[in-house]
Design a protein around this ligand. Structure first.
Ligand SMILES: Nc1nc2c(c(=O)[nH]1)N[C@H]1C(S)=C(S)[C@@H](COP(=O)(O)O)O[C@H]1N2
Ligand SMILES: [Mo]
Length: 335
């Protein structure tokens, strides 16, 4: 869901400064030149530094927002404070505790970064992610994120639609699934070297989507959050965000995308198939074998221990845009 300044009613009192001030900034980011980023003191300078306050662009952004139907069911969209979103992470390559990724990932070398797209495409290719960023029309999307562990956040991402990106490589008619792979580099990712630190996962971390899920306009590849490029702990330089699915589908630090005829294996499903399915749609009616999924702890503004218990929404609140993808499926069986 793209929420615009017009939709301030979606915000609760909790999201007063700095998050509200942040929302007043423009939301369609375009023409971010790599040269400009370097000139401003390194590739990790905040993206918003490069925006011009051009009102025509702002209007385009607002029109675009309306296409996304500013429908926001359920609990209001209070932003999670940036400090919490970048210090409470799951990125097992850097350790399994929530504070490990921020602590252990800061030296990850994210530049240059090559993303390979191959498989069932007429035009396979490799792209330099920083050039891709510079040449893409980036936009901001404020999405709910619901981890399968029953905590949630609301995060303003910066990115572009996966579907539009994939079209460039001309998927063939045999492309029924899309597989994603995270960087495998045990020298940089201590959890890949130490099985205990890495939570027993067989790396690289892999994820997948059905092609119609990948092409849905809600599905984005993100390169930033809170107006800045992604920090390593959130999946720099490029990660997937699928807002109606549990967070583990949102694979980080992607190096490879493969279009396939068959459903690809996915990390959490390999690890515990009875607990984590391929689809992983947020579903308050289907409990995890070890806990209820009916409610969640929203990590919002306030002190470190202030979390709000709230109802979990079917498809994480995005059912109007995605429920039709699953109309023929038994979601208890295909969880
Ligand atoms: N490569 C990789 N991607 C990953 C994970 C991981 O451990 N490794 N954890 C997933 C899980 S369980 C969640 S909830 C989200 C967390 O994203 P965040 O830290 O940006 O909030 O990342 C997902 N992507
Ligand atoms: Mo998660």
């Amino acid at each position: 869901m793209l929420i615009k300044t017009k939709k301030r009613g979606d915000l609760t009192e909790g999201s007063v400064t700095p998050e509200t001030a942040y929302l007043n900034r423009r939301t369609l980011l375009k023409g971010i030149g790599l040269g400009g980023m370097l000139a401003a003191g390194g590739a990790h300078a905040g993206l918003l530094d490069f925006l011009s306050p051009d009102s025509e662009e702002r209007e385009t952004a607002e029109r675009k927002a309306l296409q996304f139907s500013p429908h926001s069911p359920g609990p209001s969209l209070t932003l999670t404070p940036e400090a919490k979103a970048i210090n409470h992470n799951n990125f097992y390559e850097f350790g399994t505790s929530k504070t490990d990724p921020a602590r252990n990932s800061q030296s990850l070398k994210v530049e240059p970064w090559t993303l390979t797209v191959e498989g069932e495409v007429a035009k396979p290719g490799k792209v330099d992610v920083w050039q891709l960023m510079a040449g893409s029309q980036l936009e901001e999307r404020i999405y709910r994120m619901r981890c399968v562990e029953a905590w949630s956040m609301v995060i303003p991402w910066i990115g572009f639609e996966l579907g539009k990106f994939l079209q460039r490589f001309e998927p063939t008619s045999r492309a029924k699934y899309v597989a994603f792979e995270t960087l495998y580099d045990p020298g940089q990712m201590p959890g890949q070297k130490d099985r205990y630190l890495g939570g027993g996962i067989d790396y690289p971390y892999v994820e997948g989507l059905r092609i119609d899920e990948a092409m849905n306009p809600l599905t984005i590849l993100t390169v930033g959050l809170y107006g800045k490029t992604l920090p390593p702990q959130n999946g720099a330089p490029i990660r997937l965000v699928v807002p109606w699915k549990y967070g583990f589908k949102g694979i980080k630090s992607i190096v490879k995308i493969r279009l396939l005829e068959k459903m690809p294996p996915t990390t959490w499903n390999i690890l515990a198939p009875n607990e984590y399915g391929f689809y992983a749609n947020v579903n308050p009616a289907v409990d995890h074998p070890r806990w209820s999924q009916a409610t969640e702890r929203f990590i919002g503004p306030g002190g470190p221990l202030s979390v709000t218990r709230q109802e979990t929404l079917s498809f994480n609140g995005y059912g109007d845009q995605v429920a039709s993808l699953y109309s023929q499926m038994n979601l208890r069986k295909y969880f």
